[in-house]
Design a protein around this ligand. Structure first.
Ligand SMILES: Cc1cc2nc3c(=O)[nH]c(=O)nc-3n(C[C@H](O)[C@H](O)[C@H](O)COP(=O)(O)OP(=O)(O)OC[C@H]3O[C@@H](n4cnc5c(N)ncnc54)[C@H](O)[C@@H]3O)c2cc1C
Length: 462
């Protein structure tokens, strides 16, 4: 079956959705969005509510489907070009800043809350206190939606788009077609072919491997992003309240003593819970993540500690490297490992008994007590220990023996396509945006990249 569209968008996450939103606002071009997952209301994880080991569904409902990985995300809109991606590398700081404002206004229009964290004098005081213990605090204005509001905002966007574009669900894009240096269409896994003038690839982290494979097939230039591997830490909310009440999401950076690696806090979830995510596919890997609701509070706060490492040539498989480490935790536990800080630091594994006796009970019920030192490379483990001890000087209690550490958290935003400042690849009219293309690693910059592609298409189309 062949059909003809002006624009085809692959991926129904924030990047794809914002491309469509901008296009329908400015033009009546024919547009189709292809998404391999289900509609947002139909996305259910079999173990999310009831616990148990990850069933490794072929298409993971947690990260695939209309709304993308963002649908179940914590909905923290980080309004800064300094975090959440690499857009400033393509657009410069000033343009990124104005795009972020533009995107924020769209989120507000579709129902995001007005409250902003991370602004004011208290932030400066926290920056000062952090610097005294060798931590760099990156102040970032944040709008927090919470998982429920994030979903309702995305549903409103979907409803806005539904009558204006063709949304094709449960369909995976397979092969990008090119004719004489210009994109000509997309073939799906079902064998259908859609002809188009412009193709926007926004497959997210989950689809980054597919995108890399397409790039290799089409001889496109790829660059490596750093590999981010680490753990998720869970503590009582009270431990971090002095900073989360001011900043909500606290972005702290540290340079490890042993290797001078950059280690950072990521995705802080006050009152939230730890969850797992699967890469899906034929050989799924399960890793850890976190989220929090706007209204429901667990009494715990969790955050990731990620170690960024760049490798020397000829290394060119950062995704495989990250998966390999996450897979080690899967081999040892069947999914996610959890260990008490006290056990890790004293060189023993945690057991169901030691966890049950501890002051904190894991919010991720399916996590299996074990020993993270069997999983993480020395370089990563020593860096993480170093950072937790340093953070404890800023917020005492992070290094309590009861604190829980979950592994492994990996970020697969690894390979970066060669793109121009319109986020167009070396093939004419083929755009690559969002987390999957290595352009972003957060809702705001993913959404902003969608606007960039849409505007480029509008300009070309005249
Ligand atoms: C648990 C969790 C919490 C998060 N919390 C936050 C947060 O609080 N703040 C923040 O800024 N960011 C957060 N993030 C990150 C954020 O969700 C992503 O940065 C954002 O969703 C990226 O948008 P995207 O459109 O590039 O990709 P995605 O949202 O991943 O969407 C890509 C879509 O493409 C589809 N797809 C993939 N391959 C194909 C294919 N071959 N054919 C068709 N469709 C395909 C996928 O099914 C998916 O739906 C979180 C992520 C997770 C997983």
């Amino acid at each position: 079956m062949t059909k003809k569209y002006d624009v085809v968008i692959i991926g129904g996450g924030p990047a794809g959705i914002f491309t469509a939103l901008e296009l329908v606002e400015q033009t009546n071009m024919s547009i189709m969005l292809i998404e391999k997952g289900k509609d947002i209301d139909r996305r259910k994880c079999p173990i999310r509510d009831n616990g148990g080991a990850c069933k490794s569904c072929l298409v993971c409902n947690m990260v695939c489907g209309l709304g993308g990985a963002g649908a179940f995300s914590d909905g923290k809109l980080t309004l800064s070009g300094e975090v959440g991606g690499w857009l400033p590398d393509y657009l410069g700081n000033a343009e990124t800043k104005s795009l972020i404002k533009y995107v924020d206004n769209i989120y507000l229009k579709f129902g995001a809350s007005n409250k902003l964290y991370g602004v004011g004098e208290e932030v400066e005081e926290l920056e000062r206190r952090s610097s005294l213990v060798e931590l760099r605090l990156i102040p970032v204005p944040i709008r927090h939606l919470g998982t429920e509001r994030c979903q309702s905002v995305l549903k409103t966007m979907r409803d806005h788009l539904k009558s204006r574009i063709n949304i094709k669900l449960k369909t995976a894009a397979a092969k990008v077609m090119v004719n004489e240096g210009k994109v000509s269409g997309i073939e799906t896994e079902d064998g259908d072919y859609y002809e188009c003038q412009y193709l926007v690839l926004a497959p997210g982290r989950e689809g980054s491997e597919w995108l890399s494979n397409q790039a290799k097939r089409l001889n496109l230039t790829m660059h490596n992003n750093p590999v981010d591997v680490g753990i998720r830490v869970e503590v009582p909310s009270a431990v971090l309240e002095s900073i989360t009440n001011v900043l909500y999401e606290v972005k702290l950076e540290y340079l490890s003593r042993n290797f001078n690696d950059r280690i950072r806090t990521f995705c802080m979830c006050p009152g939230g819970e730890v969850i797992m995510e699967s890469t899906g596919g034929a050989e799924p890997v399960v890793s850890v993540n976190g989220h929090s609701y706007a209204e429901k509070h667990t009494g715990y706060t969790n955050f990731a500690l990620l170690v960024s490492t760049s490798f020397t040539k000829p290394f060119h498989e950062p995704i495989a490297y990250g998966k390999y480490i996450a897979r080690l935790a899967n081999i040892l536990s069947g999914g996610i490992l959890v260990q008490r800080w006290g056990d890790l630091i004293e060189g023993r594994r945690s057991t169901p008994h030691s966890i049950a006796r501890g002051m904190l009970q894991p919010t991720l019920k399916s996590a299996i007590p074990g020993d993270l030192s069997f999983v993480l490379p020395y370089r990563h483990l020593t860096g993480i220990i170093d950072m937790i001890q340093t953070m404890d000087k800023l917020v005492p209690g992070v290094a309590s023996r009861h604190s829980l550490l979950y592994g492994v958290e990996v970020k697969f935003y690894s390979s970066r396509l060669q793109l121009n400042n319109r986020l167009e690849t070396e093939i004419r009219n083929l755009f690559a945006i969002g987390d999957g293309a290595g352009v972003s690693r957060g809702l705001i910059q993913a959404s902003a990249s969608g606007i960039v592609a849409a505007r480029a298409i509008l300009r070309s189309h005249g």
